[in-house]
Ligand binder design. Structure first.
Ligand code: SF4
Length: 379
């Protein structure tokens, strides 16, 4: 399998109340130096020359880059790596920071897929999250993307938001379906311990719905997407035929990817590392010709197997047990069928044709099943 490149763009125009990503407020002069540093990291990567067929600009807010900066970064990728002719080039964008001209510029620079962080089609919910856009701006951004010729468009929605009722969530799902994106991702909001969102919720008296309601939101949202012609291919992702995220499939199919930019993680032929997180220090180190990689280590055979099981089970196609036996020397079903059989009988797993996959109810408790299953399988 060809590898993927992930380019991290850490700048944002404002910091959302729930955000736990590696990001910082936009500083134009630092951004210019950061792009130089990223170009230098790409050009000097020891993995240069490898075959690559996906590039993903993630963040942060990659749509704060100019088309010229995107073209420069992609040019560096093309010079350093063996990019396939049909390379999928995704750029994450925020609705408030795009226009038809900007999106047309990205396309001209080589972007083939845009992922818009809509999160909700209800202004009150967007306000609570600290997002800068409105539902109308999100709709306008979709129209601008289509007018700019973006024919592979993904929209992100978040569920289990503060004060969000089932009907509110379904309103957002319906609004998304009306816009006919090619792909959609549905993420459950996770509120980390010191998130400013906790204060916002306390001040506003907003709570999240009980756990069983989150499960209902997930199931009903996916059913509506099923009926609208989308196919679920991963726990949180649905797509029209042929529009799955090829880049994200590398994470779930235990492929190789190189993370470039501050805080980016990499897994390359069984070796894992991450880059230092601070954008300023990242820029300074590259200017000095110093290393930005840290925590480099080879995955053990058990970790490799865990990765294959844990990530593969996220996909609706599940695990190919024959391939796992051939590549890892483990007979998952033969050795540990008892534990798994109970999950099959409970309607959480399907075991058919040499494959093992989560059912939709199983996806709701995926972490629990994976822990039992993986602990059992690698013992
Ligand atoms: S736009 Fe995204 S990365 Fe930036 S602060 Fe908001 S959630 Fe975080």
């Amino acid at each position: 399998m060809a590898a993927g490149l992930y380019l991290h763009i850490p700048f944002c125009s404002a910091i959302c109340h729930y955000c736990n990503f590696n990001r910082r407020l936009l500083d134009e002069s630092l951004k210019a130096r950061y792009v130089d540093a990223l170009v230098s990291e790409i050009r000097t990567a020891p993995e240069a020359g490898a075959e690559v067929d996906t590039v993903f600009f993630g963040g942060g807010t990659p749509s704060l880059l100019t088309p010229g900066e995107v073209a420069r970064l992609l040019g560096a990728c093309r010079e350093a790596f063996d990019l396939a002719g049909d390379t999928e080039v995704t750029l994450e964008a925020n609705p408030e920071s795009v226009s038809e001209a900007l999106l047309a510029g990205y396309r001209q620079a080589g972007v083939t897929r845009v992922s818009l962080g809509v999160q909700s089609f209800r202004d009150a919910e967007l306000g609570r999250l600290g997002r800068l856009h409105s539902a109308d701006r999100a709709r306008a951004a979709v129209a601008e993307a289509r007018a700019a010729g973006v024919d592979n468009l993904s929209l992100d929605l978040m569920l289990w938001l503060p004060g969000q009722a089932l009907s509110d969530w379904l309103e957002s799902v319906d609004a998304l379906i009306d816009l006919r994106p090619d792909h959609a991702s549905l993420y459950l909001l996770e509120i980390y311990p010191n998130a400013p969102l906790r204060d916002v919720m306390a001040r506003g008296g907003w709570a999240v719905a009980p756990d069983d309601m989150a499960a209902e939101m997930y199931s009903q949202g996916l059913s509506r997407l099923d009926r609208a012609g989308y196919q679920q291919y991963e726990i949180s992702n649905v797509a029209r035929a042929g529009r799955q995220s090829r880049h994200n499939l590398k994470y779930w199919q235990a492929g190789s990817w190189l993370g470039l930019g501050c805080g980016a993680h990499s897994t390359w032929n069984g070796i894992r590392w991450r880059n230092i997180p601070g954008a300023g220090e990242y820029v300074d180190r590259l200017a000095e010709g110093a290393k930005v990689r840290t925590d480099e280590r080879a995955l053990s055979p058990v970790e490799r197997l865990e990765e294959v099981l844990f990530m593969g089970l996220r996909l609706t196609e599940g695990l190919d047990l024959d391939v796992i036996r051939a590549t890892h020397g483990v007979d998952v079903w033969g050795d540990h069928g008892g534990e798994l059989e109970r999950c099959v009988e409970g309607g959480l797993l399907v075991h058919e044709g040499g494959r093992l996959a989560l059912t939709r109810p199983g996806m709701l408790v995926a972490s629990e099943i994976m822990m039992v299953f993986i602990g059992d399988a690698v013992r």
